[in-house]
Structure formats: C-alpha cells, structure tokens
Ligand binder design. Structure first.
Ligand SMILES: [Zn+2]
Length: 240
C-alpha cells in the first residue's frame, strides 16, 4: 500500500513537471511571438528621415572669404542632428563625410546638377521626410541675420514641418531674443523634386559677424540641432 502511494506520487510529480514544462514552453512561445509582433508593428510605423548636409567635397558652399567652409558647418550640424533623431527615426545621410555627390548620379549634366540629382534620388528612395542643412550669406548687407526655413509652396505637409521647426527655434534659440525664425516658400531644386515632406534650414548668416561666431560655437550648434530635432519629432507625432 505504501509502495503504491509512493509510485503514484512519483507519477503525479512526473505529470506535474511535464505540465509545468509545457506551460513554460507555451509562455515562452507567446513571449517570442509578441516580441516579433511588436517589432513588426513598430517597424511598420517607424519613420525614415534623410538628413542632407548641403555641399561637400569640391563644393565648399559659402564662407570661404572668411576662411570658413559652409560644407563643414553643414556636416557638423547634420551629424549632431543624426544623434538626436536616430532613436526615433531610421536615418539616412546624403553624405556623412566631406564629399560631393555627383559620382552617385547617372545624369548627363553639369557637376552641380548631378550633385543635386543624387541628393534628391537618395531622399526619394529613403525618406518619409527630409531636412537639408545650409548656411546663408548676404553679400550686400552684413546686418542680415537669422534662421530661415524654406519649403516648397504647394506642399502643405512641408509647411507644417517648417512651422513645427520654427516654433522650437523660437523657443530654444531665440528664447531671449526679439528675433524669430522665418518660414519662407521657395522653389529650390531639392524642395521641388522630392516626393516626401521636407525643408531646407539655413541656420544663420556667415556674412553677419555675430552669427559667424555662433556657427563655430558648439553650444549654438547644439541649440539649433535640438530645435530642429524637436520640431521634426513634434511634426512626426501629429502626422502619424
Ligand atoms: Zn548652402
């Protein structure tokens, strides 16, 4: 009798262990499935952004007269921007080093047009939205200054993105300044030829002595980048 109870207990224990094992296995499978499912959902909602640092390589942009290269400021700012948005977006850079892009275009045209054509091709292929980074110049008036955000006139979404960035620039960069960022309609190639919402941000005037200094200052560049990234994130949240 005692033996039978003992054998029965062992059998029961074996059954219990088997059921427990089965239960754990099911839990594990559900967990793996859920993670995969969440990843699929997350990725299908993940926005892709193209960051386009203007100029590069043979094309140094504006500023040479002052011994400063626009292409370097653009790249520096764009790389800082990448760091701030890469948690929330899949980021593609049109360039992440000091190069021009004409070699990436099959267009039979001038170096300048080939470079722009390559940029728009990358943006159209990899972007749900894009930002081009540039430095401005006013050769006729050294007092001209300020951040300007350009969008294509008929693109309502680009206009929203531009205003979203402006709001943050005014808050973060111009906090203690009467100056405000300007949103401007413009028929630039990169704005016209691209199929997703996007803006071109001129982060300051190299011809203005104050902004020339600011654009070489890390703190200012971080403020600019912070405001652009916040503007992009706020826009993306609303447009989801
Ligand atoms: Zn430029």
């Amino acid at each position: 009798m005692k033996n039978r109870i003992y054998i029965c207990t062992i059998k029961m224990n074996k059954k219990f262990i088997f059921l427990l094992f089965l239960f754990m296995l099911i839990l594990l499978l559900v967990w793996i499935y859920k993670i995969n499912f969440l990843q699929t959902v997350f990725h299908s909602y993940e926005k892709r952004i193209v960051i386009d640092p203007g100029h590069g390589g043979i094309d140094s942009g504006t500023g040479e007269k002052f011994g400063i290269y626009e292409k370097q400021i653009n790249l520096d700012v764009a790389l800082r921007l990448r760091k701030l948005v890469e948690k929330d977006f899949k980021v593609t850079m049109t360039r992440d080093k000091d190069i021009s892009l004409e070699n990436k275009s099959d267009l039979n045209d001038s170096r300048y047009k080939k470079d722009l054509h390559a940029r728009k091709t990358i943006i159209n292929q990899y972007g749900d939205l894009f930002v081009s980074i540039h430095v401005n110049a006013d050769p006729y008036n050294s007092k001209t200054r300020g951040v300007k955000i350009f969008y294509y006139p008929t693109s309502e979404e680009s206009k929203k993105l531009a205003h979203s960035i402006k709001k943050e620039v005014d808050k973060i960069v111009y906090k203690e300044d009467l100056k405000k960022a300007e949103v401007i309609k413009e028929d630039y190639y990169v704005l016209r030829e691209t199929t997703c919402p996007g803006v071109l941000v001129e982060i300051g005037f190299i011809t203005n002595v104050h902004e020339r200094k600011l654009m070489q200052n890390s703190e200012y560049k971080n403020k600019i980048v912070k405001s652009i990234s916040e503007g992009i994130k706020n826009y993306a949240k609303k447009s989801r």
